[in-house]
Design a protein around this ligand. Structure first.
Ligand SMILES: *Cc1c(COP(=O)(O)O)cnc(C)c1O
Length: 375
């Protein structure tokens, strides 16, 4: 059996190697390393895939969130409501800009923001909501957009983990995750569903005026070289990464299907184990399984993790400590106990290997090893 990894990037590269190697050589030969034609083509192709009018490449997913908040003119003292059960990036950029992060709890089934708790956290200072589409499915955007409209708030979708997932509205219409709010952001970190071979990120919007502001912020606050309208940053997607992303974008739906096949295999294998909750599918979103995350409800999560690792099966806890309990972000406003679902999830979740390259022998070994722990 091939060794099992959380994410198998080598196996995926082997299958597209000739195309990737040729694309990289093409960029090197052109020496158009920054803002070259590959970046412009990729932005166009990703926009067409997502149904987003504007796609703006940037250096990483964390920058994408920061640039979005700068373009919305969020100011020190403003409040932004987001999840605590997530990767720290969102909270970090909020804090860096002097904005106040306000945490809402998540739903125990989908791990995504609970619209009812968002509503409870709104104050006169609230300016934006940042839903994080965690582990591969879209948060309840119809409910979130309706809250935002009622209270005059902006919505930035952190789509780093769910690129390619489809959200269905009550009237049956569909949109890609990241294109429903005012701005969507994503990361092309290598292990993401659409990952490059280094750092990369992008911002999407359908609003022409916002697109102009986003491009300006990315580019040192400048529209015309050496004339600076606002304080900006330097955040660019480079041409080599864009060339690789063009190749992988064409396979993104096939990659999503491969991930769903793995998830279905796991679901079927674990259905009869009472201590395990397999991931719930949101009624209004498809799942692209950035992570396949179990809840281990009998208190033996850490024991299962050790058992798996002892048998050559890596497993990860995303996330062991939620943002509101991190030393850097503790506040009187969200003391321990204030986000009960989030805190329970940090004690129960365990993510299994998930990639486009897992074969049947590896999958059988993983599911047998999980089952043997509960026998
Ligand atoms: C990966 C990730 C980020 C940050 O992306 P980088 O490219 O690593 O900066 C932000 N938010 C979420 C939810 C992520 O998963």
């Amino acid at each position: 059996m091939r060794p099992i990894q959380m994410v198998d990037l080598v196996g995926q590269y082997q299958k597209i190697k000739p195309e990737v190697d040729a694309a990289l050589q093409r960029v090197i030969d052109s020496t158009a390393f920054i803002n070259g034609p590959e970046v412009k083509e990729f932005e166009k192709e990703l926009g067409a895939y997502l149904g987003a009018k504007h796609v703006i490449g940037c250096a990483n997913g964390t920058d994408a969130l920061q640039i979005a908040m700068m373009a919305l003119d969020l100011k020190p003292g403003d409040e932004v409501i987001t999840a605590s059960f997530t990767f720290v990036a969102t909270v970090e950029v909020v804090a860096l800009l002097g904005i106040v992060p306000v945490f809402a709890d998540v739903l125990p089934g989908t791990f995504n923001l609970d619209p009812a708790d968002i509503e409870r956290k709104i104050t006169p200072k609230t300016k934006a909501i940042v839903p994080v589409h965690l582990f591969g499915q879209t948060a309840d955007m119809e409910a979130i957009m309706s809250i935002a409209e009622t209270h005059g708030l902006h919505v930035i979708e952190d789509n780093c983990q769910a690129i390619g997932s489809d959200y269905t509205f009550r009237d049956g219409s569909r949109k890609k995750s990241g294109t429903i709010g005012h701005i969507g952001t994503t990361s092309f970190f290598p292990s993401k569903n659409l990952g490059c071979y280094g750092d990369g990120g992008a911002i999407f919007t359908n609003d022409d005026a916002l697109a102009k502001k986003l491009r300006r912020v990315c580019n040192h606050g400048s529209d015309v070289r050496y004339y600076h309208e606002v304080v900006g940053v330097n955040s660019r997607l480079d041409s080599m990464q864009a060339a690789i992303l063009r190749i992988k974008l064409r396979r993104l739906d096939a990659y999503g299907a491969a991930r769903n096949t793995v998830a279905a295999t796991y679901d079927a294998a674990f259905a009869g184990i009472p201590a395990l909750r397999t991931p719930e599918r949101s009624p209004n979103s498809t799942h692209v399984f950035h992570q396949y995350t179990l809840r281990v409800t009998d208190g033996r999560r850490d024991g299962l993790k050790q058992h798996l690792e002892a048998h050559g099966v890596p497993a990860m806890i995303y996330y062991p400590v939620s943002c509101h309990l991190q030393n850097a972000y503790k506040s009187a406003r969200s003391p321990e106990g204030s986000l009960p679902v989030t805190e329970q999830l940090t004690r129960e979740v365990l993510s299994l290997p998930m990639s486009t390259e897992l074969d049947n022998e590896q999958l059988t070994h993983i599911t047998d090893t999980v089952k043997s722990f509960f026998n």
